[in-house]
Design a protein around this ligand. Sequence first.
Ligand code: GMT
Length: 377
Amino acid sequence: MNIGIVCYPTFGGSGVVATELGKALAQKGHNIHFITYREPVRLDVFSENIYYHEVTVKNYSLFEYAPYELCLTSKMVSVAKREKLDVLHVHYAIPHASAAYMAKQILAAEGIHLPFITTLHGTDITLLGKDPSFLAPITFAINQSDAVTAVSESLRNDTFTNFKISKDIHVIPNFIDVDFYAAKNNADGKCHSKLYAPNGERIITHISNFRKVKRTEDVIKIFEKISKQTPCKLLMVGDGPEREMCEDLARELGCEQYVKFLGKVTTPEKILAITDLFLLPSETESFGLSALEAMAAGVPVISSNAGGIPEVNLHGITGYTSNVGDVYDMAKNCLTLLRDNDKFLAFKFSALQQAKEFQLEKVLPLYEDLYKQVVRK
Ligand code: GMT
């Protein structure tokens, strides 16, 4: 099939899922056309069956805000015609679903049928989408999609709660290539733990885009409590608006010497390979791809119980979940695992087993079946 994929080309989970999906589909022989404003971070364009089409936004002195959605629509139309796309798969509803709807109508006027699938990822529904400034067009575009998917049961329910949706929503979870993480655990793909924990301290990791919704301040508060009880180091991976506040908070709480801010890292698997526990105290999280990545590396997860996280991190089995903001409980749960080695090893094993439930080979056919269904219609 010739498949167009539209996503945000950034470090965010939706872009990562879209890119990994495209790469896996290309390996199965589909022609994958990425339509994005920048080359997606995890994409290697020097790969068979992968093509990258850049959306360029023209600036004109009249515009205070350049009309990105129109430029995207235009690119979708031209790529669809030239590459004879069978289907367009847009990740993150805003503004990709409405642009896809517009492209579909333009092509229909020329006698070309292009079905489109919208995959909902989280904040497009739980935070932004329900904002009155987006609500009407996003509801419309979701309902006009030929198929809609959500990455968890929780997100599916939230979508029905927040929007008037007349379509079915298929749950297709985030996925992972477990073998890739296993290889990093065995080989020299690991970074050297001595670099961060020279005296054998336990390594706690958080990876995110440091937005408010991630509650990164809770990560620091939890860590400060653990660090008083057991020798450990905290690796803060990623960057975003809350980073400086976290750096200040670590200083205020007097644990800054044990905390390392690494910024954006293109190979998080190297960090996960030396990590003992992963922290994800988010306010909302439709799925929690970073938790799944940690689990694929055999790392137990201490998280909040928000949104779709409990569908991934099984309380008392692969880690622990607590109410949002309950930093005492999360710190207590970390210490339970760090102090009981048998339990820790059992949780590590279960984390990996649970990650295998989301193995790429299990999830990929769900998308392929959906493509076939909408193309057949
Ligand atoms: O987590 C983020 O802030 C990035 C965001 C995105 O849209 O790229 O991630 C969302 O999509 C991921 C992939 O489906 C999910 O695993 C994340 O849980 C989800 N984030 C939120 O719901 C906050």
